[in-house]
Design a protein around this ligand. Structure first.
Ligand code: AMP
Length: 224
């Protein structure tokens, strides 16, 4: 494995689709100067580019299935390698299962790092479905809004002026499939994280600032 640099704080944010993990991960990255690794966004970029894997990735994403561990490994290693100078990472969208959990651990461990906390944002399936069907994404900058909880001040457009669209995979069928996959595979990840002493569970159905202040308390505990 290539040698690259990882510093001292690495956090995983986990939760079902629509739990707000993207929002919380972005807050966390900004506050603690960490690199936000959002695998769904990275994969969407590949799907929309002329990358050799774009057609394959796009088809997998459209049906709501998961890309292979090999593809994920390449993306994670490249992103970490390109983030020299970062004070650590926030993983958002991975791990989806125990193999991915072990992959993240081994990439970090090979650089003398570790996962410091795995933060689970708990929300019910009903809330998840409701939030996802009202999610809108800017087709220019990728900013995410929610028609109910965080609408754009520019109506159907993003603050950057780009058009807001519904994600291709935010159809009810795809959402149900993704949620079923999430619940089926996440239990084992949570069990491992609990055994590793890094699991933190947070109620994700509250206001984003309340959730964030709980997360900050947990993260500050890492420093003792
Ligand atoms: P998300 O934005 O996290 O809902 O991810 C959107 C889609 O990207 C998923 O339905 C998968 O097709 C793909 N994807 C994102 N993260 C991963 C991952 N860690 N492993 C495999 N596929 C992923």
């Amino acid at each position: 494995m290539t040698v690259f640099w990882v510093d001292n704080m690495n956090i995983v944010i986990l939760g079902p689709q629509g739990s707000g993990k993207g929002t919380q991960a972005a807050f966390l990255a900004k506050k603690f100067n960490l690199t936000h690794i959002e695998t769904g966004k990275l994969l969407r970029k590949i799907a929309e580019s002329d990358h050799p894997l774009s057609q394959q990735v796009r088809a997998i994403m459209k049906e709501g299935s998961l890309v292979s561990d090999e593809i994920l490994q390449v993306i994670l290693e490249q992103t970490i390698k390109n983030s020299e100078g970062s004070l650590g990472f926030v993983f958002d969208g991975t791990p989806r299962d125990v193999k991915q959990y072990d992959l993240i651990k081994s990439i970090l461990e090979s650089q003398g790092g570790k996962i410091d906390k795995l933060i689970l944002l708990n929300i019910s399936e009903e809330v998840s479905l409701k939030r996802l069907t009202s999610r809108r994404t800017c087709e220019v900058c990728g900013n995410v809004y929610n028609l109910i909880t965080s609408p754009s001040p520019n109506g159907d457009n993003c603050e950057c002026g780009g058009k807001l669209v519904q994600r291709e995979d935010d159809t009810p069928e795809s959402i149900k499939k993704r949620l079923a996959t999430y619940h089926e595979r996440t239990q084992a990840v949570l069990k491992k994280a609990a055994e590793d002493g890094i699991l933190v569970e947070i109620d994700g159905e509250r206001a984003p600032d309340l959730i964030f202040s709980d997360i900050v308390k947990e993260v500050e505990n890492i420093y003792g």
